[in-house]
Design a protein around this ligand. Structure first.
Ligand SMILES: [Zn+2]
Length: 268
């Protein structure tokens, strides 16, 4: 290993081309030797957080031009003005998941029941109506925060998970960690790991993340926030960058699935 890298992988521009070739050529070999039928060749999900207008106007058209589908974790206060537009996405093969009503990031003082009533029930009721009873029931933690109410971090996380299960939610995603192995997903469906594009993750980091999922037959989950025009933020990517990342996903050889599709294929 030359040099030190945050994620323990050998990343530099010189080996980019070699890595891409490996990624593409690994396709047949991985398929031939796969022992885990659930993520046989690796999988990738494209997720979009916060219910931003740019998702409707920029991300969805870019996905559909490529035959891809996204999982959109919507925050009610952001989608209310265009709720009818959002409600049309499931019929086009996209998936809607919950991301609370007001996107609270400080929940250590909250009671689980009032948290559920205030931040979840309105969104869940709307999702039931627009996506139907057979919909995927996924959630993304606002701000990656899982410490609900008092107690130790483990107690807080357990309280949060119990509340989500009580609402009928079956998986929850944060924005950190390596691609998900199948057994991790089955054991910890409320701890799905993902890579947030545009914060610390530059295109080469995304490439290496997808390559790792391909080689190790894991489930990669990418997280986007602002796509194209809109308020400047750490997680923003331009429409051109987003296009390039979708093309990278297509070239990766990974099976592109919504979060709900992948959960179902894992029997989780
Ligand atoms: Zn968010």
């Amino acid at each position: 290993m030359v040099g030190r890298h945050e994620k323990g992988m050998d990343v530099n521009r010189r080996n980019f081309a070699a890595g891409l070739a490996t990624l593409l050529l690994a396709d047949r070999a991985a398929a031939a030797t796969a022992t885990d039928g659930d993520i046989a060749a690796g999988a990738v999900s494209l997720t979009y957080d916060d219910g931003l207008p740019s998702h409707l106007d920029v991300a969805v058209p870019a996905l559909e031009r490529r035959g891809l589908r996204g999982t959109f974790y919507v925050t009610w206060e952001n989608i209310a003005a265009r709720a009818d537009d959002w409600a049309g996405l499931p019929a086009r093969g996209h998936e809607l998941g919950a991301h609370t009503v007001h996107h609270p990031c400080n929940i250590g003082q909250l009671d689980a029941r009032s948290f559920a009533d205030r931040e979840f029930r309105p969104v869940e009721t709307w999702l039931d109506r627009v996506a139907g009873p057979g919909r995927a029931r996924d959630f993304a933690y606002p701000c990656d925060v899982t410490n609900l109410g008092p107690g130790s971090p483990n107690a807080q996380r357990a309280r949060y998970e119990a509340m989500l299960r009580g609402l009928g939610i079956r998986s929850a995603r944060n924005s950190e960690g390596p691609p998900n192995p199948a057994d991790w997903v089955r054991r910890h469906p409320f701890r799905l790991q993902a890579l947030a594009v545009g914060y610390d993750a530059q295109p080469l980091d995304v490439f290496n993340y997808l390559q790792r999922a391909r080689v190790e037959r894991r489930w990669a989950i990418l997280v986007f926030h602002q796509v194209g025009g809109g308020p400047e933020s750490d997680g923003a990517v331009t429409a051109t960058q987003h296009d390039a990342l979708l093309d990278m996903v297509l070239a990766s050889g990974l099976a592109s699935r919504t979060v709900g599709e992948q959960m179902r294929s894992l029997g989780a």
